[in-house]
Design a protein around this ligand. Structure first.
Ligand code: FES
Length: 98
């Protein structure tokens, strides 16, 4: 089974990929500290930078387009509560709240 790498302020975690689950849900399940509050794309506490594997992630949602500036999105920032892994491949994500 492939793994997703989650980089947080308290360390780096390798957890099994779960297709069609959000990163916040996967992190929660594996007890990885990935700050979040609303899970609706509003608070941005789950802000995430895609380090590798953007092509294996779900499309940007309208919530992300509203919450994140265009320049941030161009730098690979997304919202952990909106991202789902949809393909098999190396994915590395970093938790980067404001
Ligand atoms: S948890 Fe609030 S934007 Fe993701």
């Amino acid at each position: 089974m492939s793994q997703v790498t989650l980089i947080t302020r308290s360390g780096t975690y390798e957890v099994p990929v779960e297709l069609n689950e959000t990163i916040v849900a996967i992190a929660k399940k594996h007890k990885v500290p990935w700050g979040h509050a609303c899970q609706r794309g509003v608070c941005a506490q789950c802000r995430t930078q895609v380090v590798e594997g953007a092509e294996y992630l779900s499309e940007i949602t309208s919530e992300e387009k509203l919450r994140l500036r265009k320049a941030e999105r161009a730098e690979g920032f997304r919202l952990g509560c909106q991202i789902k892994i949809v393909g098999q491949g190396t994915v590395k994500l970093a938790h980067r709240p404001y």
